[in-house]
Unconditional design. Structure first.
Lengths: 329, 297
């Protein structure tokens, strides 16, 4: 299966007053056609910056792509001007906060319709009709009445539906959703996730779900890419990674998730605090919080390697995956 | 101590539905009414009261306000040194002053918003060059600059508009730049970009709409300054020519007769001051209402 989106050794740097921060440090992953990939990680792990790099919206002038490649359908997305024709038509993005990602001064019908007017040359009337269809498709009640409302008149969940409608207007082949449910109520979260998976199935598009919530993606994603301090620490089929974690960070995350049936007495937190990207430890950046750490971890940065005796595609960046696997299993 | 508790609850009833008036409603209404009167007078007045700039009636010269002229007409504001009815002259002047003010704002606003948006949106060296230019311009007293350019171009209504636009665009540029800087990193701009919007569309659909309200507020404050500056230029003989008697020209004409005929300079002066103050009040009230930084006060 040839990949639709392929990110190789991506490095993104930000110039800050304290020095240069490498927000993404050599991240590589692939997204196949029709596949759902979850990009997991805590705040500051570089997952959103990776998405920004793919969309070409890394904040300038502070941020810059310092190395690596991003190719979409065998086209180099980092080449000047390459992304322009693809954005909106082939690749689209849904943001975390649906209120701030909608233009406050235009009616939602006009904003959705503009996608058709701009890219398809539709007339005002055609665009309006198409916008109405889309709003019905994403499940906005009384869509014909709400067409002329402004974004602030919608509830959070409805705004996110509007944003999804805009992103899906031109039937893109790849949708990147950057924490699409984080700003929403729990019940609305489930509705939006259902909507996204339903639309993905209908359209046959690839979906990259960026989140810090393990539960949100558990039933939805095919594969998972875990990031820590700008690096990919583990990747593989989601059930495999969840049940047979090969990296102590993943294992730690799994141990800190509450279980509904109460079979777990106490949650086991990950010791220590998230890394300071300005002064990362030598070698493995998870080392200070890791109970498997030894001198090798301090000297050498682990590479993302296939795990022994595990299915193909399950890889982890750890010097001691055997110990982790044994303890988890 | 239950009695005091009871007292407390009864003595301080929470005003459930206190009527809230929005900031500065009265001032906005006052400003709008005064300006409307001036605009109507300027638009309709010269048709009702004829004014001919080359008409001279020596028999009626320097008549005080409320006097009857030799042809039986009534001069409510008196006459000037060549027997012209001051009221007719002022209506004509209102037309010129307001027209010059609006035209100047349009020109200065277009230049300023264009410069400010480019500087704020693109940033970098363009921002540096344009804003240093604005700083240099601000370092000169604007009336001095206006006098200098007016002396070069010569007096005419069009030149006055150009001169005043050149000395007023900076304010618009600064406001537009500030809005562009604040808006361009907003998430919906990124969202529009990810959905395929180009630079031009981002500026016209995302950044420009955010500038409209603050630029209108600035325009209201500035129009008072512009009308005053036009009058100053005309007073100095560098503004509109004598055949188009703006208020500045009329005030200048009366300067030599202040001892004998105070009304020639005084009445247009009061009219001018009242308009400028009303515009200032309106501008301040609009800023109080729409400037988000003042909203918490």
């Amino acid at each position: 299966m040839s990949a639709l989106l392929s990110v190789r050794d991506l490095r993104v740097e930000f110039a800050t007053s304290g020095g240069v921060v490498t927000a993404v440090d050599g991240a590589s992953f692939e997204v196949g056609p029709g596949e759902t990939v979850a990009l997991l990680g805590e705040s500051g792990s570089g997952k959103s910056v990776t998405a920004q790099a793919v969309m070409g919206i890394v904040p300038k002038p502070a941020g810059r792509i310092a190395g690596g490649s991003i190719s979409y359908d065998d086209r180099d997305l980092l080449a000047p001007g390459a992304a322009k024709g693809l954005r909106g038509r082939e690749i689209a993005m849904v943001f975390q906060d649906p209120l701030s990602s909608l233009n406050p001064v235009f009616r939602v019908g006009a904003q959705i319709g503009e996608m058709f007017r701009r890219h398809r040359g539709a007339s005002r009337k055609e665009a309006r009709a198409a916008a109405l269809d889309l709003m019905k498709r994403v499940g906005i009640p009384a869509a014909s009445k709400r067409l002329d409302d402004y974004p602030h008149q919608f509830s959070g969940g409805m705004r996110q539906r509007v944003m999804i409608a805009m992103a899906l207007a031109l039937s893109p082949r790849l949708l990147i959703a950057d924490e699409p449910t984080t700003a929403l109520d729990v019940t609305v979260q489930a509705q939006i996730m259902d909507l996204l998976t339903r639309l993905q199935a209908e359209e046959g598009m690839s979906l990259v779900l960026i989140t810090h919530d393990l539960g949100v993606v558990a039933d939805v994603a095919d594969r998972v890419v875990l990031m820590y301090a700008g690096r990919v620490v583990e990747t593989g089929p989601i059930r495999e990674v969840y049940e047979h974690s090969g990296h102590p960070y993943t294992a730690g995350l799994m141990g800190s998730v509450p279980v509904l049936d109460g079979s777990r007495d106490r949650l086991i937190p990950i010791q220590g605090s998230p890394p300071d990207l300005l002064s990362l430890p030598s070698g493995c950046s998870f080392r200070p919080r890791c109970r498997y750490a030894d001198t090798l971890c301090a000297e050498q940065e682990p590479e993302l390697l296939a795990l022994p005796d595990r299915p193909i595609g399950h890889r982890a960046a750890c010097h001691h995956p055997e110990g982790v696997l044994t303890d988890v299993g | 101590m239950t009695s005091t508790e009871l007292d407390l609850t009864t003595a301080a009833p929470v005003p459930v539905a206190r009527r809230r008036t929005r900031a500065g409603s009265a001032r906005i209404r006052f400003g709008l009414v005064v300006i409307a009167v001036y605009v109507v007078a300027a638009a309709v007045g010269p048709w009702l009261v004829r004014y001919n700039p080359v008409d001279t009636r020596t028999a009626d010269r320097l008549r005080p306000p409320f006097s009857r002229l030799s042809d039986g007409s009534f001069a409510i504001f008196g006459t000037d040194q060549v027997g012209q009815d001051l009221f007719a002259q002022m209506l004509q002047g209102a037309r010129i002053s307001i027209a010059v003010g609006l035209a100047t704002l349009l020109l200065a606003g277009t230049i300023g918003v264009t410069v400010g948006l480019s500087a704020g949106y693109f940033g970098g060296w363009l921002d540096g060059v344009l804003m240093r230019l604005a700083d240099v311009q601000l370092a000169f007293p604007s009336i001095l600059l206006a006098i200098f350019i007016a002396a070069l171009l010569g007096p005419s209504v069009v030149n006055v508009v150009i001169v005043l636009a050149v000395s007023n665009w900076v304010t618009f540029a600064r406001v537009a730049r500030g809005q562009a800087l604040a808006t361009r990193r907003r998430e919906f701009v990124d969202a529009s970009r990810t959905l395929g919007a180009g630079t031009w569309r981002l500026i016209s659909r995302c950044v420009l709409p955010a500038c409209v309200a603050p630029v209108l507020v600035v325009a209201t404050v500035e129009i008072g300054h512009v009308i005053l500056a036009e009058a100053s230029l005309s007073f100095l003989g560098l503004g509109t020519p004598a055949s188009t008697p703006s208020w500045g020209v009329t005030i200048a004409n009366g300067r030599n007769y202040l001892a004998d005929a105070w009304w020639i300079s005084t009445i247009p002066g009061i009219a001018l001051a009242f308009l400028v103050v009303s515009l200032g009040v309106l501008g301040d009230a609009l800023r109080d209402r729409y400037d988000p930084r003042l909203r918490s006060l």
